[in-house]
Unconditional design. Structure first.
Length: 432
């Protein structure tokens, strides 16, 4: 009883209030400020990298190939990323116009990419490399003014106490026993390390809850721990459902908010939290030496624009090689996106979804009384905008400032462009 009273007192001090039947999360002022900065950022880099990269078949190779987990562990003894350079990674992200980085601190294979005391199955103790890449990345991000987020997997194909097994991990040779309470203590201890040893952290990006939906995860208690350690730290969970109490942003995997083309968001409901879409540059998250199906720069730019027009960030993934290099195909595209952002970034950064909902021709973003009309697919040089109740004072082509002829009536605005748009994104700036 004494322990419970102390625990409740602690919870009351960092943003949690308790009612008769349930606790209610109240974010701190620092957290709310971080949410707005997150919204303003609009563009981030996702990094999937671990010992699975050595096999060159993506981050799910242990499960998808039905490998023996004890044999898989031996990969760590040969992991030596001689070309890893945290400052180069950060520089690539900055050149692309990205404002934050989310790094996979521990993926489903259970291998920790940081110096943890909870297990020797980590990059410092189990590999000849022996360096804490998370520490180096955190220092590089802090130096460059880039916020760092940590991906952290709830699912674990390695830890003996992740038991009973969920939907996955049945072909890896795991013993059919374990202590679930010990596993929860393990994850809390690792999260405590990540939030106390690496400076200010932008957020925790959870994944894997979906493997055991009915398990007693005690998410609210875990979220409370995170907010106590770093009140500003944002929490998101890739559970593909409506936001849960204690979460600060909502993500959509391989889909724009409200869509379900990838089949992951069937149970998702868009809440009021900041939104994020995560997507790959090719088809896999982790390095895959056979996957050369890279999206074009044009496709990536248009997806970034569509995300912003849906009031969402884009977290775009790279999968470094085992030696620590980001593949040149990714670097080239990121540099080209960065060149575009130098010109059009003002129509993306710090904006919110515009007054006009997404249409087949494109989307709108807005910053104060300025509406940016992003024309992605125009069939002619005349475009009708269903804009009611707002007076348009001026319209011009964003890239050169040339005036755009427009006619406004009670139902909307008709733009008459001097040409049929052929740009990757033809932007008209409208002063309201």
């Amino acid at each position: 009883m004494k322990y419970c009273l102390v625990f409740l007192c602690l919870l009351g001090g960092f943003g949690w209030t308790w009612g008769q039947n349930a606790n209610v999360y109240t974010p701190t002022a620092e957290n709310l400020k971080n949410r707005e900065e997150f919204r303003d950022a609009r563009f981030g880099m996702f990094i999937h990298w671990g010992i699975y990269s050595m096999l060159g078949s993506g981050e799910w190779v242990l499960e998808q190939k039905g490998l023996n987990e004890k044999e898989y562990q031996k990969l760590a003894a040969g992991f030596y990323p001689s070309r890893f350079n945290a400052e180069e990674w950060v520089a690539i992200a900055q050149q692309a116009g990205m404002k934050y980085i989310c790094f996979t601190s521990r993926h489903h294979d259970g291998f920790s990419m940081f110096a943890t005391r909870q297990s020797d199955y980590n990059i410092v103790d189990a590999t000849p490399f022996g360096r804490d890449v998370v520490k180096e990345l955190a220092e590089a991000c802090q130096k460059a003014g880039i916020k760092l987020f940590f991906y952290y997997s709830h699912l674990d194909w390695h830890h003996p106490d992740y038991f009973p097994l969920g939907r996955t991990g049945h072909k890896t040779g795991r013993e059919a026993k374990g202590n679930w309470e010990n596993y929860l203590k393990f994850t809390d201890a690792q999260l405590t390390e990540l939030l106390t040893n690496y400076g200010p952290i932008g957020g925790i990006w959870f994944d894997g809850w979906w493997d055991k939906k009915d398990a007693p995860w005690r998410l609210e208690e875990q979220y409370a721990l995170i907010h106590r350690l770093q009140p500003a730290c944002l929490i998101g969970n890739n559970h593909h459902q409506a936001p849960k109490s204690g979460e600060d942003f909502q993500m959509f995997e391989r889909d724009l908010p409200g869509q379900n083309t990838a089949g992951y968001s069937g149970e998702s409901e868009i809440g009021t939290l900041p939104l994020e879409t995560c997507e790959t540059m090719n088809r896999t998250w982790g390095y895959n030496l056979q996957d050369h199906n890279f999206k074009s720069t044009e496709a990536l730019i248009r997806y970034l624009v569509k995300a912003a027009g849906n009031n969402s960030n884009l977290l775009l993934n790279v999968g470094p090689r085992p030696n620590g290099e980001i593949p040149e195909e990714s670097v080239k595209r990121l540099q080209e996106v960065g060149e575009w952002m130098k010109v059009y970034g003002n129509t993306i950064y710090g904006t919110r979804a515009g007054l006009i909902a997404p249409h087949h021709w494109g989307v709108t973003t807005q910053k104060g009384n300025i509406l940016y009309v992003h024309i992605l697919d125009a069939q002619d040089n005349v475009l009708y905008l269903p804009l009611q109740g707002v007076k348009v004072k001026k319209a011009s082509v964003y890239k050169n400032g040339k005036p755009v002829i427009f006619r406004q009536d009670k139902d909307g605005v008709t733009l008459k462009l001097q040409e049929i748009p052929t740009d990757i994104d033809y932007v008209v700036e409208m002063l309201l």
